[in-house]
Design a binder for this molecule. Sequence first.
Ligand SMILES: [Zn+2]
Length: 267
Amino acid sequence: MKVYVFSDMEGVAGIEEWDDRTDQSYANVLLRRRNQHLLTQELNAAAAGAFDAGATEVVIKMGHADSILFEELDERVKFIRRGVTWLQGLDEAVDVCFFVGAHSRSGTADGVLAHSWSHKDVKAWYVNDLEVGEIGVAALAAGYFHIPFAFLAGDAAACRETQALIAHVVTAPVKKGYGTHSALHLSKEQARTLIRQKARETLGKVPEIQPFSVPPRATSPRYVFRQVTTYTNLETSDDGKGTRVIAPDTYEHYGDDLVAVLRRGTY
Ligand SMILES: [Zn+2]
């Protein structure tokens, strides 16, 4: 069984601050190195759980720039450091998708570092009429290839958001948010043990989990990925290639191929 693992940074135990990639101060370099280590070890725990349960291949896709320590990764995994797109390596050969380090969507009150792609620019995302965050987009992309999105590790709000979308999904809540920058964290070992155990359980549950989808619209464009921004001065336009501005704060990526539409919105 081939496992594909989406990864992000904000849902890791021990992390409750935005990753500042511009601050080159010694303190920030140390903090970033620590956070990269914590994420890498949670990914290793998920991979170990999958291998415990008989996975034959685990591919980890780095979702958050410069967030994984390659030299610390479990020697059995394969790694996509920089994809051409966010969804690189996701295709029909994958049997099940995991997500580690996940956070809830923009606007979630008890979500640690809740956001959808950019906490500065994006207020809300919708695919057709379903409100989603990065979890929903990842699950939809997996569903497009008929792959069940079956396991997620992140904060409690991210786990709740996933359970609301996908019946029988397995989750590992590694911290519980009090607010954007505040949480009750499991210790690093408790978090890794929970992730490994839940990831192991997941492979047995894959047959119960349906690939996630949203109903296509009745007429073309079948899919619309609407992005409500924090801007107020966008000008109505249509580039004729699949992106249009429909309101001073809202644009849409549209088309008949769901993954093409999602890719336009995430790069
Ligand atoms: Zn993210």
